[in-house]
Ligand binder design. Structure first.
Ligand code: ADP
Length: 851
């Protein structure tokens, strides 16, 4: 016993290892036993039982009072607990283990000599997990120790896992709420930033408009050439600055969710043409070919937001023109997908089908042959305020906002935008947009076969492949036989080979240009009477006599418009155009319009693109209009300067057009206030009435057509323009209608009109009123060049003959003769008469248009 007592020091824990002290094998759990027993013998017996179990640590405590603190230190995986001990009852100790946080779950096996089931029951009730009668069998003891340890360790593991899970859950919740808070802050700051930008841009725009308005005023005063140059430069810098500010404003409007889409019917062709019109001068300057192709399957009239669609196109075409030095820019539209519903048999008359418009996902592409964009830089393209690289910006200018705006706009139109490009290989920007087809309409005339052109042989001389493709596609659709060559030499060879019915010559051909080619063609018997059309991207000056001398009477302007091409071919070949309604001809722009009707114009629209379109149309008529962005700015502008006509958008932020009209009428008496013409995209019934009720004088619908604008200017301009000088009119006696017009010719024309349903009188009157002033201006400019004067007088005479404008014909005849003989002394007097005759003829012609 003593031996044992020295060997097993009481209160000590002893690690019992086999003699050779082998490293324990790696078990998936590690057992640690604490035996609490006052009898050294029992301890020795248990020690021996466990001695060969390498994964079991054995600890022993003989003093029950120290058992708890030892267990606290050791954390055994199982406690063997004697039931009867001096000083403390084993069951009480079990209770203490259970009450102590560190030991409360450690399995306890009670060891007892007592086999009484009642005592066993008490032990379990106090929290023991097992009960063994001393001394237990070795195998059973080990099995129970292992079993309880494993269960305990499993539980510990589970608890740890749960704790870890809870902790990470908690962390997740915390980081999530931090994220939500951050996100909210971010959203708030983005919104605040966008609103700030919107406000700032707006604030900057107001004084900018002041600068622009004042420079415009300054330009109207007497200036030396040098001063004028400086003021012009100020004006164009201010315009450029305004464009940037408008971009930022637009962008921040989209970002802060303040941009609302309109949904109105529009013509897709017109939308593309308007975008191209804006950029055509720049493209022509750089000698780039512009072309567009719209798949015939796409309905002519669609419903979507035409302003935004045009804005995207203007941006992309603008970039394409900007980054291309030679070659072409081609816009193509194809259906990407479309919700066609096949009509089930027996439901052909299903009105529901007709009433429900179809959805079209349109795929637009803008392809250029420019500098291209390296692949690695393409990902930055559609991000705001980023350009491909800083040197591009320095070289080409720009804010880097254009494409970001396009991206947002395409998303608003339920589409996507992307790019295909490589450095030095040109770029193609693609985007899709959703539109609905409006009420079903018959395909336009120029998409159907034309019997009058059937089997006619057409030669196309054009080096640009896209244009050859466009002309060939259309002309073959009309039934013509088309042959294409790319240069003048081949054209002349083809001319000699076999007869042709017409030829289209590109003006800018490599080597011999289109005009020189026309001269050559005329010199050959096969070409003497061949109808020739000239295809050009630059508008020739109307006093350029070269086409006239080469016998070219018909022009086709690039980008090629199918309707115009058909019209031009029929005119050149002198065949009747089969049509339901007038094919829109190339807008006849009269650059002298403003000279004839000098007016101070104010264009009011909050949308930048609408402003640009409006301004450029007015500019083509020779006007330099000022711009305001909303009603408030209109009132400010009117305080500073008098205007003759205001073109006023109806829906605008700050103060809309209706309110602005009411304020203008309150503030200025009738003779002092400008004429107000509404311009709105809402082609809804009742809109017109609303505008007129608010006090506007007239109404034109957007998109604004040149002819409509011209008509409005004609209608409302004269009394105001004449305000400046009415003396001439009061001095002159009116000429009678009989002396001005040949009634028999007019009667013939009316006859023709009624027979084929087309109002020819109206067309001719419009053409005449558009063309005549231009010719007169040119006659005025040719005083020093009698042959040219004769040519211009002759031209005016021929167009006047068609309409029976006989007084003008007479004067032209005299002018032509004077020009021929070189005796120009009497010309100024005749010119005064000519002006008078034209003014008075107009008075009689205008009512005829609407008969
Ligand atoms: P910016 O107002 O600067 O033109 P954009 O967002 O419209 O802004 O264009 C961003 C940049 O993308 C341009 O600066 C240019 O580097 C590049 N880029 C856009 N379009 C083209 C293109 N057609 N060809 C080559 N580079 C282009």
């Amino acid at each position: 016993m003593n031996d044992l007592a020295t060997m097993l020091e009481p209160h000590a824990h002893i690690l019992l290892k086999p003699e050779d002290d082998r490293t324990p094998q790696l078990a998936d759990y590690h057992v640690m036993v604490l035996l609490v027993d006052d009898q050294a013998m029992v301890c020795e017996a248990v020690r021996r039982a466990l001695i060969n179990q390498t994964d079991i640590d054995f600890h022993y405590c003989s003093d029950a009072r120290e058992a708890l603190s030892l267990a606290n230190q050791l954390r055994p995986t199982v406690i063997l607990q004697d039931l009867v001990m001096p000083g403390i009852d084993g069951l009480t100790l079990v209770g203490q283990f259970r009450a102590n946080a560190a030991t409360k779950d450690i399995p306890i096996i009670v060891l007892s000599t007592n086999e009484n089931p009642q005592v066993k029951g008490q032990a379990f009730a106090m929290g023991a997990n097992d009960y063994l009668v001393k001394l237990p069998d070795k195998i059973e003891l080990i099995a129970r120790i292992r079993y309880h340890s494993k269960a305990y360790l499993n539980q510990l593991q589970r608890d740890a896992a749960y704790r870890a899970l809870r902790e990470s859950q908690q962390q997740l919740i915390e980081s999530n709420s931090t994220l939500v808070a951050l996100n909210q802050r971010l959203e708030e700051t983005t919104l605040a930033k966008s609103e700030f930008l919107a406000n700032m841009s707006h604030e900057i725009r107001t004084p900018m408009n002041g600068v622009i308005g004042m420079t415009a005023l300054l330009l109207d005063t007497e200036l030396t050439d040098e001063q004028r140059e400086y003021v012009e430069a100020t004006r164009s810098s201010a315009d450029a600055l305004l464009t940037i500010i408008n971009d930022i404003l637009d962008f921040s409007k989209i970002e802060s969710g303040k941009l609302e889409l309109e949904n109105h019917p529009f013509e897709l062709h017109a939308c593309i043409e308007e975008a191209l019109d804006l950029l055509a001068p720049k493209a022509a300057e750089k000698k780039l070919d512009l072309a567009y192709i719209v798949d015939d399957a796409i309905p002519k009239i669609l419903v979507s937001d035409v302003t935004r669609l045009r804005q995207i196109l203007v941006n992309l075409i603008g970039n394409a023109v900007k980054f291309t030095h030679n070659g072409e820019v081609v816009i193509e539209v194809t259906p990407a997908a479309h919700g066609a519903r096949t009509i089930e048999p027996g439901h052909e008359h299903d009105t529901d089908f007709i009433r429900h418009p179809e959805q079209w996902l349109l795929h637009f592409s803008v392809r250029d042959t420019g500098i291209g964009i390296p692949l690695e830089k393409q990902s930055r393209l559609f991000k705001s305020f980023q350009q491909v690289d800083a040197s591009t910006t320095r070289h080409y200018g720009g804010t880097g906002l254009g494409l970001a705006i396009c991206k947002r706009l395409t998303e608003l139109l339920s589409g996507k935008i992307w790019v295909d490009s490589a450095a030095g290989q040109g770029s193609t920007f693609h985007f899709t947009a959703l539109a609905k087809s409006a009420a079903t309409t018959a395909p336009p005339n120029w998409q159907t076969p034309q019997p009058q052109l059937a089997d006619k042989r057409l030669l196309v001389v054009e080096d640009n492949e896209t244009n050859r493709r466009i002309i060939r596609h259309r002309a073959e659709q009309w039934g013509m036989q088309v042959e294409c060559v790319t240069n003048s030499r081949d054209a002349l060879a083809r001319l000699e080979a076999s007869p042709l019915d017409a030829a289209i010559l590109d003006l800018q051909l490599p080597g011999m240009d289109g005009l020189a080619l026309a001269d050559q063609i005329r010199k050959r018997p096969a070409g003497r009477y061949l109808p020739l059309l000239l295809l050009s991207s630059v508008r020739l000056r109307s006093d350029d006599t070269r086409p006239f001398l080469s016998g070219i009477s018909v022009f086709v302007h690039k980008p090629i418009r199918s309707a115009q091409l058909l019209d031009a071919l029929c005119r050149a070949m002198n065949v009747q155009l089969q049509r339901e309604k007038k094919a829109p001809s190339a807008p006849a722009l009269d650059a002298t319009f403003a000279k004839r009707l000098p007016l101070r114009l104010l264009l009011v629209d909050d949308n930048l693109i609408n402003q640009k379109v409006g301004l450029s149309v007015l500019q083509k008529l020779g006007y330099r209009a000022d711009v305001a962005n909303n009603g408030l700015e209109v009132l400010q502008a009117l305080e500073q300067k008098a205007y003759d006509i205001i073109f006023l958008d109806v829906q605008m932020p700050e103060m809309d057009g209706l309110e602005a009209t009411r304020r203008i009428r309150e503030r200025w008496p009738v003779e002092k206030r400008p004429c107000i013409i509404a311009m709105t995209g809402n082609a809804l019934l009742g809109d017109r009435e609303k505008c007129l009720a608010a006090g506007m004088d007239d109404y034109i619908s957007k998109p604004v057509r040149i002819a409509e604008l011209q008509n409005a200017l004609e209608r409302w301009g004269p009394p105001r323009a004449r305000k400046t000088d009415t003396s001439f009119f009061s001095r002159t006696a009116a000429l009678s209608r009989e002396s001005l017009l040949d009634e028999s010719i007019l009667a013939e024309l009316r006859e023709m009109s009624s027979s084929d349903g087309v109002n020819i009188v109206r067309e001719l009157v419009d053409l005449f009123l558009e063309g005549a002033p231009q010719r007169i201006a040119q006659i005025n400019e040719s005083l020093a060049d009698p042959p040219k004067l004769a040519f211009q007088a002759h031209a005016l005479k021929s167009m006047s003959l068609n309409l029976g404008a006989k007084r003008i014909v007479e004067i032209c005849q005299q002018l032509e003769e004077l020009g021929r003989t070189g005796n120009v002394a009497g010309v100024p007097e005749l010119l005064r008469e000519l002006d008078l005759a034209l003014n008075q003829t107009r008075v009689h012609l205008l009512p005829l248009r609407d008969e």
